[in-house]
Write a protein that binds this ligand. Structure first.
Ligand code: SF4
Length: 433
């Protein structure tokens, strides 16, 4: 099934030494995930129990959503709450009552912890239990933490999905569960590919509404579409579900390998697999070839941020002819990232965690053509003459599966193209002077 791929490297990175550093980190907090989760889960409301800073983060990250009836908000902890002068639980109950009275469309309410709620040790699990009893069955109340003390920006989604797993019903049905929030159009493409392979029924976590939710049990097999879902992976295994380990569906190779792992589990014939994937594979290869021209032969350095770094390094090195210098991940989980590490040729320094000053020194010394990093590092790196790419865009842009493979390459090519244009402009200006 993988006949047209470059052969796997003789030595992949799975057993490479990993540089582990702990120090100052430069990452967004897990509240960021609310921006894409609230679009995906259409009957949910995300209530951040936090500060004005949290409210500002959400508002500025959400941008245009300000004009819509929002499905997220912040219950602001005032100074008197933080000083323990008020009963924060009673105030939270009041806020929730008002919200649910005003918004009968809400079927699932997520209480989202933040740095301030964590510092004052507000027990949101107790609050969620109490509120569930009060509002069941019309509203389900769950809680998770998006605090910057505990989470990077993609871990918010992981914490949210992991919170949902224990309350899903039990089933003995043999079903495929695909886990990870994808834009609806991408999810539909994936479902159509799986349907073409004759695989079904297919369930998706998170479901678009509580009514579309699925059961979990010992006959459930699950595939992850995002590499940052390790807590959800553990929660599903605790429910008896079995993980289908595979490279992540980025690029033509990743998508084919991901589908092939599922096809093997469901005994899909090679002929059928080829018939379904041949045309989209060809389209993806052509789109990547066109979009990746500026990337060929260039080097890339990944700071740990989105937790998507290893699969993306695999895509850039194997499908876009780049060289990886360092591939940093917030954490590396062998059973989730191992298949991508197997395909990533040995050579780059793998690193886990961060001491940002030391990593910046390594990056400046290596002078990569492209640096993938968080927003906080992009400006200083740009000022140092490097070409940064914001990792956060990779989560806000549809990048999975065949039809988006060219766009994924374009996202990385854009900063290089921009730099070439800027250099061209300045040369022209210099010549005109
Ligand atoms: S959760 Fe923490 S890091 Fe995130 S916006 Fe609130 S205060 Fe800042």
């Amino acid at each position: 099934m993988t006949d047209q791929f470059a052969p796997p490297p003789a030595l992949g990175c799975r057993t490479s030494p990993v540089l582990k550093q702990r120090g100052q980190r430069e990452v967004f907090c897990g509240l960021t995930g609310i921006i894409w989760l609230h679009r995906k889960i259409q009957d949910a409301f995300f209530l951040v129990v936090g500060s004005r800073t949290c409210a500002h983060l959400l508002q500025s990250a959400a941008g245009v959503m300000i004009f819509a009836e929002p499905r997220f908000g912040t219950a602001i902890l005032e100074e008197s709450d933080l000083a323990g002068l008020n009963d924060a639980h009673a105030e939270l109950d009041r806020t929730v009552q008002q919200l649910l009275a005003r918004r009968p469309d809400i079927r699932q309410l997520f209480l989202v912890g933040s740095c301030p709620s964590e510092v004052i040790k507000l027990d949101l699990s107790r609050a969620a239990e109490r509120l569930t009893q009060q509002f069941a069955p019309s509203v389900r109340v769950l809680e998770y933490s998006g605090s910057g003390i505990e989470t990077t920006f993609t871990q918010g989604e992981d914490a949210c999905l992991a919170a949902m797993v224990p309350v899903l019903p039990h089933t003995t049905a043999r079903e495929l569960l695909v886990v990870g929030a994808l834009p609806d159009v991408v999810e539909d493409q994936m479902l159509s590919l799986l349907d073409g392979l004759g695989i079904g029924p297919v369930r998706v976590l998170p479901a678009r509404s509580i009514d579309a939710e699925m059961g979990i049990g010992e006959n459930t097999v699950f595939a992850l579409t995002q590499p940052f879902l390790s807590d959800t992976h553990a929660a599903l295994e605790r429910r008896g579900a079995r993980h289908l380990a595979a490279p992540f569906p980025f690029g033509e190779e990743g998508t084919t390998a991901w589908l092939a792992a599922i096809a093997a589990e469901f005994n899909v014939s090679d002929d059928r697999f080829r018939a379904v994937t041949e045309a989209p594979r060809r389209r993806a290869r052509a789109a990547i070839a066109q979009a990746s021209a500026p990337l060929n032969g260039k080097s890339v350095f990944f700071f740990p941020d989105s937790q998507m770094e290893v699969p993306l390094a695999r895509f850039l090195t194997r499908e876009c002819a780049m060289t990886a210098i360092e591939v940093g991940m917030p954490y590396i989980h062998d059973s989730i990232h191992g298949p991508d590490l197997d395909l990533l040729p040995q050579g780059p320094q793998l690193s886990e965690g961060q001491d940002v000053d030391m990593q910046l020194d390594r990056c400046r010394a290596a002078r990569p053509d492209l640096t993938v990093c968080g927003l906080g590092l992009a400006n200083p790196l740009e000022a140092a003459g490097l070409s940064p790419k914001w990792a956060i865009e990779l989560v806000f842009t549809p990048v999975h599966f065949y039809e988006q493979a060219g766009d994924l390459a374009s996202l990385f090519a854009r900063p290089l193209r921009r730099k070439t244009i800027l250099n061209g402009t300045s040369h022209t200006q210099v010549a005109a002077q």
